[in-house]
Design a protein around this ligand. Structure first.
Ligand code: G6Q
Length: 542
């Protein structure tokens, strides 16, 4: 069925989708719902408490059939199997892509270069658990004998966004006598504000960096070290206040961190897929090893679902394919992720990296420039705040913005009518976007004629609604894996390498050239006239 040598836009399913779009692209959701009273219940799928209502999409059964055919013609299943079995599918870096191994149960075997990686994964998890327990219980003491009260994760990108998001998402389950902060930006303000009210002898730094060479992280880690030593501590005390999370033992030792206090991971874990590796140490200290394992179980449950469930009922595949549908055929440029859960306030930012770093590519695996769009822009804010700002454009603007609403049946902080009010808003927004408000309805409200066009909502704006029972560690794992595999699905259809990030690598080297030019005022500048001029102004103004 699959012949991936045929370019995407030449595949039979793609051509059929083009024709199909011409037929149904303008059909209104009002008509789709009217002609099928079962649509709202039929077009949904559920796995282990994660319910996806995809009925408010501009798609019918034929659309889904063709999208699934496209997935088959694109060899989705085979590529997923290649990932799950440790093949080096990140071809530009010649690496396996095995975040799924990070949550594999002990009894599973996954081989990379002939070696089963699962025992190593569990060895690190056990080491993390022992360490977390010691910090949480107060057994791990700082150099003056006081217990640790503050945990600061120093990292950036994949070594920051996941930990921050997970800490915020699972704060409800966190140990409240510990303070958690996250320093990522090389802007000195980030570090200065993070430590402003902290005592060094009660503070533990987790230096999280896969490579242990990232400019921002190393700069912040050195500033942390200086701040710590300035408090009166001597070098020997560093071992009690600095641990490293890295794949680079040599650099960790060079920095002065005892490698006994190093938590390892592997080159087959991409930065943006690493929050359930040792990079999640701050999460584990916050919520405890049992909750961390529950989160891993959630990830794993979604992995199994993605790997084994027919595409028709496969949540990540459906979400990924619908994104392809809008991106390619409706020319949609963005996807809004709108969690109606305050604890998920950093979830859209986390997803931005996951989705855009993975699928922001312009060449195929074979190096050919694509003749279609790839990764859309993901963005969003928690509801209901967004409703009072940018939803206006989603409702009445000229662009099509598919939305993912995420809501929970139970709130974690029961407070009067708050949760019902919150959830009423999710349901109302999805409904209003889909069905809109016609001129007749607006007139019937007694609106003067001149005002009618302004108050009309054309509707037909698509959304998914993900409804989950409660935000638990397990549910968070399921949600993240849902998006990870949706991104994977999209990347396979687009025939791109979703696991490299050459754009990020470029950023890592570019600034290095300019730093000395800022520090030495007399050096000759050889940039373009704009850059030269900006540097001169900065030199004079600093
Ligand atoms: C993620 C990217 C990138 C990376 C950071 C931090 O997939 O590769 O965001 O996580 O640049 O890298 P280090 O962990 O090596 O410091």
């Amino acid at each position: 069925m699959s012949d991936t040598t045929i370019p995407l836009t030449q595949r039979p399913a793609w051509k059929a989708l083009q024709k199909h779009y011409a037929e149904i692209g303008k059909t209104h959701l009002r008509d789709l719902f009217e002609s099928d009273p079962t649509r709202g219940t039929r077009m949904s799928a559920e796995v282990d408490g994660i319910f996806l209502d995809f009925s408010k999409n501009r798609a019918n059964d034929e659309t889904l059939k063709l999208l699934i055919q496209l997935a088959k013609e694109s060899g989705l299943r085979a590529r997923a199997e290649a990932m799950f079995s440790g093949e080096k599918i990140n071809i530009t870096e010649n690496r396996a892509v095995l975040h799924v191994a990070l949550r594999a149960p002990k009894e599973e075997q996954i081989f990379v270069d002939g070696e089963d990686v699962v025992p190593e994964v569990h060895k690190v998890l056990d080491k993390m658990a022992a360490f977390s327990d010691r910090v949480r219980s107060g057994e791990w003491k700082g150099y003056t004998g006081k217990r640790i009260k503050n945990v600061i994760n120093v990292g950036i990108g994949g070594s920051d966004l996941g930990p921050v998001m997970a800490y915020e998402a699972l704060k409800h389950y966190s140990q409240r006598d510990l303070t958690f902060r996250f320093v990522s930006n090389v802007d000195g303000t980030d570090f200065a504000e993070a430590v402003i009210d902290l005592e060094a002898d009660e503070t533990l730094f987790l230096v999280a960096s896969k490579t242990f060479t990232t400019l921002e992280t190393m700069t912040n880690a050195h500033s942390a070290r200086d701040w710590f030593l300035k408090s009166g501590a001597d070098e020997a005390a560093i071992a009690k206040h600095f641990v490293a999370i890295s794949t680079n033992e040599k650099e960790v030792a060079k920095f002065g961190i005892d490698t006994a206090n190093m938590f390892g991971f592997w080159d087959w874990v991409g930065g943006r897929y690493s929050m359930d590796s040792a990079i999640g140490l701050s999460t584990m200290i916050a919520i405890g090893p049992d909750n961390f394992h529950a989160m891993l179980d959630g990830f794993h449950a979604m992995d199994v679902h993605y790997r084994t469930t027919p595409l028709e009922q496969n949540l990540p595949a459906l979400m990924g394919l619908l994104t392809i549908w809008y991106t390619e055929f409706f020319d949609a440029q963005t996807v809004a992720v709108l969690p109606y859960e305050q604890y998920l306030k950093r979830f859209p930012a986390y997803l931005q990296q996951l989705t855009m770093e993975s699928n922001g590519k312009h060449v195929t695996l074979e190096g050919e420039t694509v003749d279609y769009q790839t990764g859309p822009i993901y963005w969003g804010e928690p509801g209901t705040n967004g409703q009072h700002s940018f939803y206006q454009l989603i409702h009445q603007g000229t662009r099509l913005i598919p939305c993912d609403f995420i809501g929970f049946c139970k709130g974690l902080n029961p407070l009067g009518r708050h949760h019902d009010m919150l959830m009423a808003n999710v349901f109302a927004q999805g409904e209003a976007l889909a069905f809109g408000k016609t001129a007749e309805q607006v007139r019937a409200e007694g609106t003067p004629e001149w005002l009618v066009p302004h108050k009309v909502f054309e509707g037909n704006r698509p959304s998914n609604t993900i409804l989950v029972e409660e935000l638990t560690p397990k549910a968070l794992g399921q949600l993240i894996a849902l998006y990870e595999h949706s991104v994977f699905t999209q990347g396979v259809i687009w025939d791109i390498d979703s696991f490299d990030q050459w754009g990020v690598e470029l950023g890592k080297v570019l600034a290095q050239r300019i730093i000395p030019e800022l520090e030495d005022k007399s050096g000759e500048l050889k940039h373009d006239s704009s850059t030269n001029n900006l540097i001169i102004r900065y030199r004079n103004g600093r």
